[in-house]
Design a protein around this ligand. Structure first.
Ligand SMILES: O=c1ccn([C@@H]2O[C@H](COP(=O)(O)O)[C@@H](O)[C@H]2O)c(=O)[nH]1
Length: 239
């Protein structure tokens, strides 16, 4: 998979201006998150698809009781996106309900079903937060590995985690299980609110299926050049 660009923009106009910088023959994998989706609603998906050749990761991180999540996932399944997310912390029953909803929604709209990724622990979480704020008293990488095993047993197609945990996740999951990793920072990039960060080349060496990159591309002086440089590091596993 090519690096997934997190389109964390305030509205459709800003998003389409950003995409217009890229050559039309460069197919992109883009992520729509809460900010853009809450601003524009489902219409943002068709607007982006009309503007540029893209695959879409809709990252809304569902987390609620199983009945509510199943019905929300049904709505998302209709949208024709490639990837979606739920929180693994919602538990097995919730993830199974989400998967049912996605499959049924996709079937109703005659689209292929989106793959379901389970968020393990956010890449903005570190060991201290895990212990002091979440009251989880195990090493963070083991907590992530545990949630990945639960996610696999709950019909998730993969997880979202830091690339730091990819080898541990791979040790308990099937080879085709996706490990999608945000918290990507090229050498020298501002880390911001991320805690468990990895360079693009190292993420590849650690075995990630795909990387997600937002601000190092969207806030770069030349976003296309930043994207190409990250893509090269990812493809060559060298940065
Ligand atoms: O654990 C997670 C889950 C999701 N994200 C999302 O990825 C991007 C990262 O953006 P950057 O600007 O590169 O930090 C963002 O959309 C997050 O919502 C994550 O970072 N960590």
């Amino acid at each position: 998979m090519t690096p997934i660009i997190a389109l964390d923009f305030k509205d459709q106009a800003t998003t389409l201006d950003f995409l217009a910088r890229f050559p039309k023959d460069e197919r992109l994998f883009v992520k729509i998150g809460m900010e853009l989706f809450y601003a524009e609603g489902p219409a943002i998906i068709t607007a982006i698809q009309a503007a540029h050749p893209v695959d879409i990761f809709l990252d809304l991180k569902l987390h609620d009781i199983p009945n509510t999540v199943e019905k929300a996932a049904w709505q998302l399944g209709k949208l024709g996106v490639a990837l979606t997310t739920v929180h693994a912390a919602g538990g097995k029953e919730m993830m199974l309900a989400a998967k049912r909803g996605l499959l049924a929604g996709a079937k109703a709209a005659n689209h292929p079903a989106p793959k379901m990724l389970a968020i393990t622990h956010l890449t903005s979480t570190d060991q201290t937060m895990l212990e002091n704020q979440l009251s989880i008293d195990v090493p963070l990488n083991q907590a992530v590995q545990h949630l990945a095993a639960i996610a696999q047993a709950s019909d998730a197609d993969g997880v979202v985690a830091s690339a730091l945990e990819t080898p541990l996740i791979r040790s308990v999951t099937k080879p085709e299980f996706l490990v999608v990793t945000p918290g990507i920072r090229p050498h020298g990039a501002a880390i911001g609110d991320q805690k468990r960060v990895v360079t693009p080349g190292r993420a590849k060496r650690l075995g990630s299926s795909a990387i997600v990159v937002g601000r190092p591309i969207t806030q770069a002086p030349d976003p296309v050049e930043a994207y190409q440089s990250i893509k090269k590091a990812w493809e060559t596993a060298h940065d």
